[in-house]
Design a protein around this ligand. Structure first.
Ligand code: FAD
Length: 521
């Protein structure tokens, strides 16, 4: 045919204008690529989920009458990379090549360069928007500037008004407030535990994909079986969305930051995602659009009195606020963002990040759950694994590698700003207004991990003191010149000064001891 259109693995948007009409002169190409399966060491469930969703999408397009070529790893193994493959599929009849704006810088550059080459051979090329996000790609540079601090809250209010979400006719927030976080973020009490719903899981057959992964010697991490629990098409994604509205939304905000070992106990492991939606894979692969998710949640809110504004606002903020904000910061700061290391962190990531084999109960739970399901909720990512890496001074490159591989929803545009910026403060505060550093006290406040831990959360410098306590002070002390001018940190330094010199040095020595033995914590 004359026209070749590329669909990347995270561009499974059935509502894209491309698909409105069947064009007999157009062929779509969807390909399982070696370059994508190996640019990071991925969780095996992530590869299973992407490949299954891609195959389903190709199938759905075919049944709607489109011409689609689906290539498996077997078919693409002979090609060096994506562009080598495309070159091969551009035949003598091809007059036009089109693709959707990739969300990743890496792919954007690769395809742009490819098109420069094509235009020399007189083939017309076009890059169109992916029509997924609320904010069109071409508008991003209006809202986000490179190397400039932006605050999510202002952007979020703009988005509420612009897209007419939870605002009244005067562009004022519905229910009188932009943000209800103060009422949210509670700890789970004992009596709350028994009523946490089970996560909705699927059992998609991925046996053939597993065989391909093995046949092509693709290195992966994490647990897998021949049944994948993640949604792999629009119907399953919608089921998950409705399940969320019906069973989880009413307490989403309340327990958004809570953590419990009861729910993700190694033996029972029944309620591992608490009140979270687990929609990130469906969203990031574009099987669901953010507008559709927001509409569905708002519709449910209007029809159901048991769902309060606190819960709904909290959820909507994640989708139209954080998610779009993170994307804007990514594009404004690439490619330099990948090398940012404001705190000059240089230590190596401990080996137990790949095995969960640590005596620190909180880290053990967050990591073993991640290895098992390719999932951890936001606070586990930010305040357990992320916080440890921050206060232990782990090199951001290594932290990114881990996050980019381990989660089913990990794609660089969303992983990188969350990890480097939000969690590691490696961008010096472009995204976060302060470093999210915490001692064991925070973990104890938001979870029930500490009473069962090998270490003592009340101790700072004794032999079995919680490592997070001394590492926290070590970190704050080390970066005092940088942080002490931030009014949000002033109180912390006053507390540090209250300790006598000996107590301070005991804590710092304990931290040094833990850093020297970081692989055995
Ligand atoms: P819920 O808690 O139910 O939230 C609903 C939705 O809101 C999510 O599906 C997601 O689309 C969106 N959302 C919430 N917080 C964020 C955020 N900070 N940035 C962007 N979107 C957000 N998210 C990814 O999608 N991919 C990643 O690779 C990723 N890496 C992260 C790394 C770190 C260090 C941190 C702190 C956060 C990261 N996040 C990432 C953001 C967030 O943790 C996940 O989106 C969320 O945990 C996904 O689970 P859920 O669908 O159950 O989310």
């Amino acid at each position: 045919t004359e026209k070749l259109r590329l669909i990347l693995g995270d561009q499974l948007n059935a509502a894209h204008p491309w698909f409105q009409e069947v064009d007999k002169n157009c062929t779509y190409i969807v390909a399982e690529l070696h370059q994508e399966a190996t640019y990071a060491k991925h969780h095996i469930q992530k590869i299973q989920a992407f490949f299954s969703a891609m195959a389903n999408f190709a199938q759905a397009l075919t049944s709607r009458g489109h011409q689609v070529i689906y290539l498996t790893l077997d078919d693409t193994a002979q090609f060096e990379d994506l562009t080598d493959l495309l070159q091969n599929y551009i035949g003598s009849h091809t007059t036009q090549f089109e693709y959707q704006q990739p969300d990743e810088y890496r792919l954007s550059v690769q395809l742009k360069e490819f098109c420069v080459g094509l235009s020399k051979s007189k083939i017309k090329t076009e890059c169109v928007d992916s029509y997924h996000f609320l904010l069109p790609h071409e508008e991003l540079s209006k809202h986000f500037k490179a190397n400039t601090s932006h605050r999510m809250e202002f952007f979020y209010r703009y988005m509420r008004k612009r897209f007419n979400i939870l605002v009244d006719e005067n562009d004022q927030p519905a229910n009188g407030q932009w943000n209800f976080d103060q009422k949210n973020r509670q700890k789970l009490k004992k009596q709350d535990l028994s009523s946490i719903p089970l996560p909705l899981i699927f059992s998609n057959n991925v046996k053939e994909i597993n065989e391909r992964i093995e046949r092509h010697n693709i290195k992966t991490i994490g647990k897998s079986s021949n049944e994948l629990l993640w949604p792999i098409n629009r119907q399953q994604s919608n089921e998950l969305l409705h399940y969320f509205c019906k069973n989880l939304l009413s307490k989403f905000g309340t327990f958004q930051d809570a953590m419990t070992h009861k729910a993700d106990d190694a033996i029972t492991r029944k309620q591992w995602s608490l009140y979270h939606a687990r929609l990130s894979f469906s969203l990031n692969s574009k099987m669901l659009s953010p507008q559709h998710v927001v509409n569905t949640v708002l519709d449910h809110y209007q029809k159901n009195a048991d769902v309060s504004i606190e819960q709904v606002e909290g959820f909507i903020r994640q989708i139209i606020g954080w998610r779009e904000f993170i994307r804007g910061m990514y594009w404004a700061n690439m490619p330099h963002y990948t090398t940012k290391n404001h705190l000059n962190a240089k230590n190596n990531l401990p080996d137990w990040f790949w095995t969960a084999d640590t005596k620190m109960n909180c880290l053990h739970h967050a990591i073993s759950q991640s290895l098992e399901f390719g999932y951890a909720h936001h606070i586990q990512r930010l305040m357990i694994t992320g916080n440890f890496c921050l206060i232990a001074g782990i090199a951001p490159q290594q932290v990114d590698t881990w996050y980019l591989g381990i989660y089913v929803d990990a794609i660089e545009w969303v992983e990188l700003p969350n990890t480097r910026g939000m969690s590691q403060f490696a961008d010096g505060g472009l995204i976060a207004s302060k470093a999210y550093a915490a001692s064991g006290n925070y973990v104890n406040k938001m979870s029930d991990y500490c009473p069962q831990c090998f270490y003592s959360v009340k101790e700072k410098s004794t032999e079995n003191a919680c490592p997070l306590n001394s590492l926290y002070w070590y970190f704050m002390n080390k970066h005092q010149p940088l942080f002490s001018s931030n009014p949000r940190q002033a109180m912390v330094y006053r507390n540090w000064q209250k300790l006598n010199v000996e107590a301070q040095s005991d804590i710092l020595n304990r931290a040094q001891h833990y850093l020297n033995n970081i692989d055995n914590l």
